[in-house]
Design a protein around this ligand. Structure first.
Ligand code: AMP
Length: 400
């Protein structure tokens, strides 16, 4: 069911509180990546253009442990947002109480107010009804545009909906739900999922939810080694989750029962594990299963695997990708991930990617613009793909 969107709600002359995701990386008071701020601009601009009086923004930043901490202040975000919007942004020193009321009360049509970090109050993460009501009292309309926080039932993402007159999803939230929802519910086929990264445990539910839906599943990254161990292959010092070896076997059995194509790497780049500490070491391409791996670790997929993955991806009409194929932070082990990024970007169909590493990889490969949808919410997009209901989405009313 589609959610009510900001476009379905009258905003003119009303106080519009938007829950955004301004959880940006900040080093020594400077924002090092403002992607999340930029991602919320269309919704903020939409509210401004439709007469919001004023636009009020709230977000969390980092983990300040429920009390004010200047290190986690949203103040630097107010300055960056002001630059991006080309208009003044009023900063309220607290997200509820007198500072918030005064800032909102003094701001009218066309004004933008940014409230201080929600997590300076422990009640935010506890989804405390009184705190949710205090936030709600600032607004006539509540808009949730923070997809990246939608998997958490917090006061600003879930509880608040019960205390505010009208609620709706923002434009970013709508785009996320539509794109991720479409791949799960009505993908163009063939539908290929590419999963990588460090742990099977993080993506087990995603794999289970995707098995009945996809036509092929490509598994790379450290995740593959838990599968190799389940097949009794030598894995050397590669990352393995021993407690998931049985689960990996079970996944392969289920996939086989569905005649689903599951591709694990056939070859890999192996090197001493000290490479992970930044040491310059020699690496070698070996076939998977070759005992010559010794006590070395598999750190990237090999050229043969790149070729196979590329071929499967090229034939897809829908691709979902989450997680790198190797330790792509180190150039010597980045090739598999970069080649997959290029292949995903080149398909003649819909590509959806999530997870900070996959996003960084498409940026590194210079193909960001050619991806259909880049999900802003790492944890939230994984939970969505796992088929879980996200509390922040469930709380919003359906489209009338
Ligand atoms: P995730 O957050 O689960 O997507 O995992 C991302 C991390 O997995 C990245 O930091 C990669 O360096 C790491 N990774 C990917 N492949 C391997 C591998 N073969 N061995 C060790 N780490 C890996």
């Amino acid at each position: 069911m589609a959610k009510r969107s900001i476009k379905d709600v009258a905003l003119d002359g009303r106080r519009v509180l938007i829950r955004v995701d301004f959880n940006v990386p900040i080093k020594n008071g400077a924002i090092t990546d403002d992607t999340r701020i930029r991602a919320s601009l269309p919704t903020i601009q939409y509210a401004l253009d439709h007469g919001a009086a004023p636009v009020i923004l709230c977000s969390h930043l980092g983990r300040p442990k429920g009390k004010p901490d200047p290190e986690f202040s949203l103040k630097p975000v107010a300055a960056r947002l002001s630059d991006l919007l080309g208009r003044r942004v009023v900063f309220a020193e607290d997200c509820i109480g007198e500072p918030a009321r005064t800032a909102v009360g003094q701001s009218g049509r066309g004004a933008v107010v940014l409230l201080e970090n929600l997590r300076f109050h422990p009640e935010e993460e506890k989804n405390d009804p009184k705190f949710a009501a205090a936030l709600a009292s600032l607004a006539d309309v509540y808009v949730n545009d923070a997809f990246g926080s939608a998997h958490r039932a917090h006061a600003s993402t879930e509880g608040i909906v019960r205390h505010v007159k009208e609620s709706a999803a923002g434009l970013l939230m709508i785009a996320e739900i539509e794109h991720l929802g479409r791949v799960l519910e009505r993908p163009d086929r063939p539908f290929v999922a590419v999963l990588g990264g460090a742990k099977v445990s993080d993506k087990l539910e995603v794999i289970e939810n995707l098995i009945p839906r996809v036509d092929a599943l490509l598994i790379g990254g450290a995740m593959a080694y838990t599968f190799f161990k389940s097949r009794g292959l030598p894995v050397g010092a590669s990352l393995v989750e021993d407690q998931l070896v049985d689960a990996a076997r079970e996944i392969e059995t289920r996939a086989k029962a569905r005649s689903l194509r599951v591709e694990l790497p056939a070859d890999h780049v192996v090197a001493p594990a000290s490479a992970l500490k930044g040491e310059k070491v020699a690496s070698e391409v070996l076939a998977v299963g070759d005992p010559a791996i010794g006590d070395r670790a598999g750190l990237d997929i090999g050229p043969k695997t790149i070729g196979t993955f590329r071929g499967v991806i090229a034939g897809a009409k829908t691709v979902v990708w989450n997680g790198p194929m190797g330790v792509f932070e180190i150039d010597a082990f980045a090739k598999g991930t970069i080649e997959v990024a290029k292949a995903v970007a080149a398909i003649n169909g819909t590509s959806v990617i999530g997870g900070g590493d996959s996003i960084a990889a498409v940026a590194k490969a210079g193909v960001t613009d050619r991806i259909t949808h880049i999900s802003t919410g790492g944890g939230a997009s994984l939970e969505f793909l796992a088929g879980r209901e996200l509390p922040g989405v469930a709380a919003l009313p359906d489209k009338p």
